[in-house]
Design a protein. Structure first.
Length: 177
């Protein structure tokens, strides 16, 4: 029971922190763009405990629904977009580097911090649905308008349309010989 209480306390503390941080991010920004990370792949590395403790999927879900609630823009940049390897100045994609390399120089003469450069590239990719650098950006899921999603009993026409179904036109009996 003591272990279960301790785990519950950790979960509640993490969820509370995620709610507070996601609310602050959404209230302070008009648009939020995140990279769709492969959390399962990151969970296989030596950083697995840190990755799973962070709760990236639940945090991005919170950002997404709070963006919709507050009327902000939310987008996910495709996980295969080379945000850390692409030069934010010239657009050249460099070779893969190890995670411990935190800064690099582009042949165009620019010096980049890995994280700052990735943030610039993700923002640029998020501001265009499909830009010239090849980033796929998915807009946030939105609810369909009430009349568009399904037929409701209180709608003006409560019967279904049978246009195009010859067996059901004109009150003919389908089973008649």
């Amino acid at each position: 029971m003591k272990v279960a209480r301790a785990h519950a306390r950790v979960v509640d503390t993490r969820r509370d922190w995620q709610h507070k941080l996601s609310t602050a991010i959404i209230r302070d920004n008009q648009a939020v763009y995140v990279e769709d990370l492969c959390v399962i792949g990151l969970g296989r590395t030596r950083l697995a405990k840190s990755v799973h403790d962070a709760g990236w999927a639940s945090f991005t879900r919170m950002l997404e629904y709070k963006a919709a609630r507050y009327g902000r823009t939310f987008g996910r940049v495709d996980r295969f977009f080379p945000s850390t390897r692409m030069c934010s100045d010239c657009g050249q994609i460099n070779s893969k580097t190890a995670l411990d390399v935190r800064a690099w120089d582009c042949p165009c003469g620019s010096h980049h911090d890995r994280d700052v450069n990735a943030a610039i590239n993700i923002k640029a990719a998020g501001q265009a649905d499909f830009n010239d650098r090849g980033a796929q950006v998915r807009p946030a899921a939105m609810l369909a308008p009430r009349g568009e999603a399904v037929t409701h009993p209180d709608a003006a026409c409560s019967t279904r349309s049978v246009e195009g179904i010859s067996a059901l036109k004109g009150g003919e009996d389908v089973n008649a010989p």
